[in-house]
Design a protein. Structure first.
Ligand SMILES: [Zn+2]
Length: 451
């Protein structure tokens, strides 16, 4: 399927073409003598070219990058389309056959020696949140491209086909990866995304075909595995002084609406002992939620993120409070257990404060554990390279979560400075990015050798 053409620059040369030449020149400059295209594959496991990898990441910044080091590259925007055109040119320089699937995902394919072998899939996303960072998603894409470039220039033949995927609209709801597992609902087509385009128009703008989205669906068992490198977006690795995070899975999420009912009354004439203050009861509950999640063993998190007192006047004892509860953990059973404890506390608060507390579930996202064999594989890959590792859950959603429905997935995290993400202050050091890409490359080779 054709890609959207890029607007020509003053000298008539497209941005993608110029960037392609820049990366090609960087490539030629960084290849050690004797490792040119005609040299037979090295018997040693190759390493990625960190300069080339970080140069690719720098070029992404031209598409929506701001003066504050941040990036606004909303899914389906002109910047998104331009960045994907550049990405396609990099993929081509890695010898990949580039296409856009019916869901608008950008895909580069490399054949394997064994026509019966299932594809190994690597990739991430290029779209950002408004006023976002220049690393979220983009690091994973640049690293996947760099893995393909390294395999290409070292003439490494894989038994498995390799697919490098740039998923579309990750930030707006993982539309591209969910389409691959048939999880995009018809009503979503009319959702207006941050760029102003509906999902339907967006898919079509990227070269997909929203009317035929069903055909983009892939079958469970149709891949050998999916591997995604991503910035941590938290501060666990940095705090531990660890180089590589081996992700145990993407946490499940459950959310409830909470209603606390007390008695609305005059704030001047109602003596303290006679009050049935819904907001005071809610305050007890918020403390209880925090204590349950903090004292229980494990890495679960629980949050009351929204609260509203009714009627919400300075001179009225609140008769009703509406709030939300969110609990996340790698195991759905654990989320249930945490919720039960919170409810037990709520029952005590009800009798102590003479109120009623109700929980009404309104959202659930199932946990997506990574494949245990892939965790071991990533740990071994990192150990071979001399990098320190830490096993950890991912508190944020990722495309790997969708891909887990198709087969085994693995995820690699690299440190985020100060744990900041979805902000122009998001930053990951070039050496950390290079280390992550080397682990990704080793894992691809290990998966390829595994069968
Ligand atoms: Zn991301």
């Amino acid at each position: 399927m054709p890609l959207e053409p890029l607007p020509p620059t003053e000298d008539g040369e497209s941005l993608a073409r110029r960037d392609f030449l820049k990366v090609s020149a960087a490539l030629a400059a960084t290849l050690p003598a004797g490792l040119g295209a005609s040299t037979p594959a090295s018997r040693q496991t190759p390493l990625v070219d960190g300069d080339r990898l970080n140069a690719i990441l720098d070029v992404f910044r031209r598409y929506g990058g701001g003066d504050d080091d941040g990036t606004t590259r909303l899914a389906y925007s002109d910047e998104d389309i331009a960045a994907r055109a550049y990405a396609a040119s990099v993929m081509e320089s890695a010898g990949l056959r580039v296409s856009v699937d019916l869901a608008g995902n950008l895909i580069g394919r490399r054949p394997g020696a064994d026509p019966a072998a299932l594809p190994i899939i690597i990739g991430s996303h290029l779209d950002s949140v408004p006023d976002g960072g220049s690393y979220d998603g983009q690091v994973g894409c640049a690293a996947a491209f760099e893995v393909a470039l390294t395999l290409h220039h070292h003439e490494v033949e894989l038994r498995h086909p390799l697919e490098v995927v740039v998923f579309q609209n990750e930030e707006g709801g993982k539309t591209g990866s969910r389409a691959l597992v048939g999880r995009v609902e018809p009503h979503e087509f009319d959702i207006v995304t941050a760029s102003g385009f509906t999902i339907r128009d967006g898919i079509n703008r990227l070269g997909g075909d929203a009317a035929r989205l069903d055909e983009a669906r892939r079958e469970p068992g149709s891949m050998a595995g999916f591997l995604e490198l991503h910035i941590e977006q938290g501060a666990v690795l940095e705090a531990a002084g660890t180089q590589i995070g081996v992700v145990e899975g993407i946490v499940g999420i459950r959310r409830w609406n909470i209603t606390v009912l007390g008695a609305q009354n005059h704030a001047g004439t109602t003596p303290m002992p006679q009050r049935r203050d819904a907001l005071v009861a809610a305050a007890d509950l918020i403390r209880a939620v925090n204590e349950v999640a903090t004292t229980m063993e494990g890495r679960q998190v629980a949050t009351v993120g929204r609260i509203e007192a009714v009627p919400g006047a300075p001179n009225v004892v609140p008769g009703e409070v509406r709030a939300t509860l969110e609990v996340r953990d790698l195991e759905m059973d654990k989320i249930g257990q945490i919720f039960s404890e919170i409810v037990a506390h709520a029952r005590e608060i009800e009798s102590a404060r003479e109120v009623s507390i109700e929980f009404d579930p309104f959202y659930e996202s199932l946990a997506a554990p990574t494949a245990p064999a892939f965790r071991d594989m990533l740990e071994r890959a990192a150990a071979d390279l001399g990098y320190s590792t830490l096993r950890m859950p991912s508190g944020a959603g990722h495309d790997a979560q969708s891909m887990a429905e198709l087969g085994p997935v693995g995820m690699i995290f690299v440190p985020s400075r100060d744990g900041i993400s979805h902000s122009p202050r998001e930053y990951t050091a070039p050496d950390d990015i290079t280390r992550g890409a080397n682990v990704l490359l080793r894992a691809v080779l290990a998966l390829n050798a595994a069968g």
